[in-house]
Design a protein around this ligand. Structure first.
Ligand code: APR
Length: 318
């Protein structure tokens, strides 16, 4: 059990994170910060705290609109951002405008972390994932073990769920790895997809696998369309907690994490989804998978888009 976990941004994902941390008793204290008026985070936390006797949890919950509430946190999970939504005049912000807004928010978040939780292990969820985690690192210059993005666990969970449904087996029997950036060219690694240790092709036809991999790449958008407003929030929160628990319990579980590469896979200075061992220090080790020639080419394409995003983030620096 940690002493304190801080959640930044108390919207849909942040809300699930706080109540899960309380019910799973992952820390003695959980703090939530959100700038939303009048004091959204305080309200959300009061609601959860008032329910805590019912579920028998003594985790202390505190929310505020100022960052001092996260003081001394051992772990920070970042969900702060604004979604793509119409302005009051009905027009939509361009992708660049939205990115600029979210980078400004990330600069604000960075200041809060630097000031109040300089030693915390950081797991960032906010989108665009590749851009936000890169900007956090530009600002905070962390040891790479202590800063990472959550994308691959969710993308792999989606892949596993679709495979389990198609094969008619438990999701627990399906293992999968989706690597690369968190965009349309993410890489579901078919050779790493196993059902109870057996190749997935034994259970699912190549045509079905193609369709499932395509659906996996577009899975976030599928949920957005169905919801009408907002985006997936339960599955991203659970995925970040899968990472948090591996760190909290020092379980050294291997999972795909957006980690800062320093020469691995021939990449330097970019956050890319790769298999890592997660333990008490955060990213304990990056594992270099043996990729086929086709997978290597797809990985390079994904890395190229991550690099393009990183260049944009650098160009938009203040
Ligand atoms: N500091 C703290 N919180 C902030 C800040 C800030 N500077 N700026 C915005 N927020 C808060 C908003 O007030 C909002 O409550 O971040 C919260 C984001 O919540 P939602 O809009 O409900 O978004 P959510 O679905 O939780 O997703 C959060 O994760 O998966 C990504 O695309 C998603 O980037 C989005 C993020």
């Amino acid at each position: 059990m940690l002493n304190k976990i801080a959640v930044i941004g108390g919207g849909n994902i942040g809300g699930v994170l706080v109540h899960e941390i309380v019910s799973r008793k992952l820390a003695r204290n959980v703090a939530l910060v959100d700038v939303k008026e009048p004091d959204f985070a305080a309200g959300k936390c009061l609601d959860i705290a008032e329910g805590s006797p019912v579920i028998g949890s003594d985790v202390r919950v505190k929310g505020a609109k100022v960052y001092d509430v996260i003081e001394g946190a051992d772990m920070v999970i970042n969900t702060a951002g604004v979604p793509r939504a119409a302005r009051p005049d009905g027009s939509l912000p361009t992708r660049e405008e939205l990115l600029a807004t979210n980078l400004k928010i990330t600069d604000f978040v960075s200041e809060g972390i630097a000031r109040f939780a300089p030693k915390a292990i950081i797991i960032s969820i906010a989108n665009p994932l590749d851009a936000i985690v890169y900007r956090l690192q530009m600002n905070l210059k962390r040891d790479r073990a202590t800063i990472m993005g959550m994308a691959g666990v969710l993308d792999s969970a989606r892949y596993r769920m679709f495979i389990a449904q198609e094969a008619g087996v438990s999701v627990a029997s399906v293992a999968a790895m989706v690597l690369g950036g968190h965009g349309d060219d993410m890489l579901p690694i078919r050779s790493a997809c196993r059902i109870a240790g057996m190749p997935v092709e034994k259970f699912v036809s190549p045509e079905k696998l193609d369709a499932i991999e395509d659906r996996t790449r577009k899975a976030g958008g599928e949920v957005v369309k169905l919801l009408g407003s907002g985006s997936a929030f339960v599955s991203p929160a659970w995925s970040a907690l899968e990472m948090a628990e591996a760190i909290i319990y020092d379980s050294r579980k291997i999972m795909p994490v957006s980690a800062l590469l320093q020469g691995e896979y021939g990449v330097d200075g970019l956050f890319v989804g790769v298999p890592v061992i997660l333990g008490k220090n955060g990213v304990e080790r990056i594992i270099e998978m043996d990729l086929s020639t086709a997978e290597k080419a797809m990985f390079a394409k994904s890395v190229a888009s991550v690099r393009k995003t990183a260049d944009e983030v650098v160009a938009m620096k203040k």
